[in-house]
Design a protein around this ligand. Structure first.
Ligand SMILES: [Zn+2]
Length: 275
């Protein structure tokens, strides 16, 4: 059976994971479910608030859910016949791109901002880095919101393309969708593209220690935590590789803190987790 890895279990990840659940599908997601996700991320209900998205998708769709923050160290999680990007994060896309290019794995970029969707299969001689450059301060779903109709159209198109790739076809082009039309432009290889020339900066690894997740109030702190000591100190139960304490979710190598600002998140981190 064909093996698919979906990165990101938000609005697009929810739908694509359902559409592709007949395959050997895994979803990798690092975040927990918040009240504001309910409705936009169709498989999540009020009872799921606070749980890791990956675990809830695993339960509901009988697929594999991996609650992890994809980075250069655990990047082999992507090893499969097809990778689908459902993140809202450019850095992760560049990382996926390098891994897939290096290992010759077809992948599909999907993105939705406001009422515009994008889908780009990467199966031939061009890559994501041939077209997109990493720019800080890009508009994200957090500042602009997403239109649910566009989410459905984008995931529907990505699903059709995914099935063709799984049947062995090469798929090409960059699709842009709005509520009225789908446009496809041809994409060419950029001869100066570093990734196509075998330079893999993201796979070598460099990342901010604290990041804020798009569309949520979760701040993530990475590092090696003494999980069991911390869990006993806070008197909490192991919920399967993670535990929760008030607004904090602790994993073995990262901590998610729900807060109104980075300053507040740092304060909570210092007070409860320590340094
Ligand atoms: Zn390239």
């Amino acid at each position: 059976m064909k093996c698919i890895t979906i990165v990101g279990g938000g609005a697009t990840g929810n739908i694509l994971a359902s559409l592709l659940s007949k395959y050997d599908t895994s979803v990798i997601d690092r975040d927990t479910i918040e009240e504001k996700n309910i409705g936009r991320q169709i498989l999540f209900t009020k009872q799921d608030i606070g749980k890791p998205k990956a675990h809830v998708l695993q339960e509901k769709l009988k697929i594999k859910g991996v609650c992890a923050d994809l980075d250069y160290e655990n990047i082999d999680l992507l090893k499969s016949d097809l990778v689908i990007d459902c993140t809202d994060n450019m850095e992760t896309r560049f990382l996926i791109n390098e891994y897939c290019k290096k290992n010759n794995i077809p992948w599909i970029y999907t993105g939705v901002i406001r009422d515009i969707g994008r889908v780009m299969p990467i199966t031939t001689n061009y890559c994501f880095n041939c077209i997109f450059k990493e720019v800080k301060g890009l508009e994200t779903c957090e500042t602009s919101g997403v239109n649910l109709g566009i989410v459905h159209m984008t995931t529907g198109l990505a699903f059709q393309i995914a099935e063709k790739i799984l049947q062995g076809n090469k798929e090409e082009g960059l699709y842009t969708l709005d509520l009225n039309k789908i446009e496809k432009i041809n994409v060419n290889n950029n001869p100066n593209c570093k990734v196509c020339n075998g330079e893999y900066d993201y796979l070598k690894g460099k990342k901010d220690k604290i990041i804020k997740f798009c569309g949520s109030r979760n701040y993530q702190f990475k590092g090696d935590f003494d999980f069991h000591v911390l869990r006993r100190r806070l008197n909490e139960k192991d919920l399967g590789g993670f535990f929760q304490h008030e607004n904090i979710t602790v994993f073995h190598n990262r901590v998610l803190i729900k807060a109104e600002s980075e300053e507040q998140a740092k304060k909570i981190f210092t007070e409860i987790i320590g340094n």
